[in-house]
Design a protein around this ligand. Structure first.
Ligand code: BG6
Length: 509
């Protein structure tokens, strides 16, 4: 069957339901979830009959909750707010006040959901979205079970979406998985990783498997190395330091988003496009990562760093340890660069480099695939042994697109060569902005399609790899040092040295 058609069928399968958001007064609900649901409504993609229940601890009436959401809608909708859409949309939102640990509050929630279902003739699907602070995840799940809300009514479904962070190490992730799976079946569990919902991340599989030209080259014979860069210009604005200083770049972004991107780049073609077909292949990549399981290996393959005061976008910014709500003695990394090796036939000997940092010069996420050079016979290209000029760049954001760099002759009578770029921009080719990741993911959860959500084994495999590094940094007798870089620069010299050891260099973004 034509995959494009199949997708249309999947999208139309999003079913009416009640969405209960735990942590509804938090930042994520305001910045991402409500705007995503509104945008779906504006595009006519939200199934009719959706009801949204905001569950949180603060005292508020329905009206006050709605007003709080209305204040932010101008900023966040994709195409401005259409009052005709907003008015009925916001009327479908109600507020439910309760402590996360109060059984009685869940009893009242069950009654509220029953009343909503009555309006639908006694039927009702339920989507529980856990977006609270992570310390409440267990409590929420246990209380949902106690109140019987995890059980679907006949012919209906009950699903759960769990936000990040999914644990802080393998042990806590395993524990959380146990609690989740004791409450909801794995098929009803949606561990969200919003990077998987980004348009370009989804397009990675299409690029690789719908075009016959790339796959024959997609291996150690032709690829020299791969770089995955996620740079952010923001630091710890808005009190974010309180969470971030306890997490760090490795846990905040590498364990989840960036290892997921790596898995999409490196996986074998799945046998089909089913959720498990795709996730089976991704987890094999994670399982094949060579573990840096001694402090020496960590020191050789991983660089961590903090920024010192500098300038970003022409504005002075503080150093990491001077940031709001960051410990002045903090040893948390706000930048990390890693060399990863995937021990499979396909990738034997091909380094994958990941770097992620706050307070770098600009916001940009991209994957670059660096091909080996043409033989050094005719045109003197690649004669220094470094990676060649053929680079395939997949821009995840902003300016989503794909470009291919190749060598060309400069017009003229002499034979001079120069790299040129073939460039595809989503915005110009398709003439419209890509939907926000949360839109696609919410729709998929309503349709019962878990392809773009992380499965239990993926999350645990990723932690298994990350845990060794955390251990070397925080528990070994000789922890590798923390490097420094000036805010607004492209990271520490130690990260440059990491690539130079392999005769490579970071791509200039
Ligand atoms: C979040 C991290 O998961 O992703 C943040 O906690 C990070 O630290 C954010 O800034 C990046 O998301 P995006 O979609 O803006 O690239």
């Amino acid at each position: 069957m034509n995959p494009f058609r199949e997708d249309l069928v999947a999208r139309s399968k999003a079913e009416p339901c009640t969405i209960v958001i735990f942590g509804a007064t938090g930042d994520l609900t305001h910045r991402k979830l409500i705007p995503a649901l509104y945008n779906l409504a504006a595009d006519g993609e939200l199934p009719t009959g959706i009801q949204i229940v905001g569950f949180a601890r603060r005292d508020k009436s329905d009206e006050e909750f709605r007003e709080g959401l209305a204040n932010i809608n101008e900023k966040v909708s994709r195409s401005g707010v259409d009052e005709e859409v907003w008015k009925p949309f916001i009327q479908s939102v109600v507020y439910h006040r309760s402590e996360f640990t109060d059984s009685e509050g869940y009893g009242r929630l069950a009654q509220l959901l029953d009343r909503i279902d009555e309006g639908r003739g006694g039927r009702g699907n339920r989507l529980f979205y856990i977006a609270s602070a992570p310390e409440f995840f267990d409590d929420i799940l246990l209380h949902l079970k106690q109140a019987g809300l995890n059980k679907a009514r006949d012919g209906c479904w009950s699903r759960v979406i769990v936000e990040k962070p999914f644990g802080t190490d393998l042990k806590t992730a395993h524990h959380l998985n146990e609690v989740v799976n004791a409450t909801f079946e794995e098929k009803d569990t949606y561990r969200i990783d919003h990077y998987l919902g980004k348009e370009t991340a989804q397009n990675l599989m299409v690029l690789r498997f719908a075009n016959a030209i790339f796959e024959p080259l997609w291996n150690s014979k032709h690829i020299d190395h791969v770089q995955i860069t996620c740079s952010e210009n923001l630091g710890m604005e808005g009190g974010r330091g309180a969470y971030y200083d306890g997490a760090g770049a490795l846990r905040d972004m590498v364990q989840n988003h960036l290892l997921q991107l790596l898995a999409l780049v490196a996986m074998e073609p799945p046998t089909d496009l089913s959720a498990d077909g795709v996730r089976d292949e991704k987890v094999k990549v994670l399982r094949s990562l060579r573990h840096w399981d001694t402090p020496e290996k960590v020191a050789k393959n991983v660089v961590r760093a903090q920024y010192t005061a500098g300038h970003v976008d022409g504005e002075p910014v503080p150093g990491y340890r001077e940031e709001d709500r960051v410990d002045p003695e903090s040893r948390t990394e706000a930048y990390v660069a890693l060399r990863l090796m995937i021990d499979t036939w396909r990738w034997s000997g091909v380094p994958f480099y990941i770097r992620m940092g706050k307070r770098l010069p600009k916001k940009s996420t991209e994957i670059s695939v660096h091909f080996k050079d043409a033989p050094c016979v005719l045109f003197n290209t690649g004669c220094d042994g470094s990676a060649g000029d053929n680079v395939l760049v997949i821009r995840i954001q902003p300016d989503e697109g794909i470009s291919l760099r190749m060598v060309s002759k400069i017009p003229g009578n002499s034979l001079r060569l120069e790299p040129v770029k073939m460039d595809f921009h989503y915005a110009t080719s398709f003439g419209k902005a890509s939907p926000e990741a949360y839109e696609r993911l919410l729709l998929d959860a309503m349709a019962g399609d878990a392809t773009l959500f992380a499965r239990r084994d993926e999350v645990e495999e990723a932690w298994r790899f990350i845990d060794h590094i955390q251990h070397a940094w925080h528990q070994s007798k000789n922890p590798p040092p923390i490097a420094e870089f000036v805010a607004g620069s492209w990271g520490p010299v130690e990260a440059d040295a990491l690539l130079q050891e392999d005769d490579n260099q970071w791509r200039r973004l």
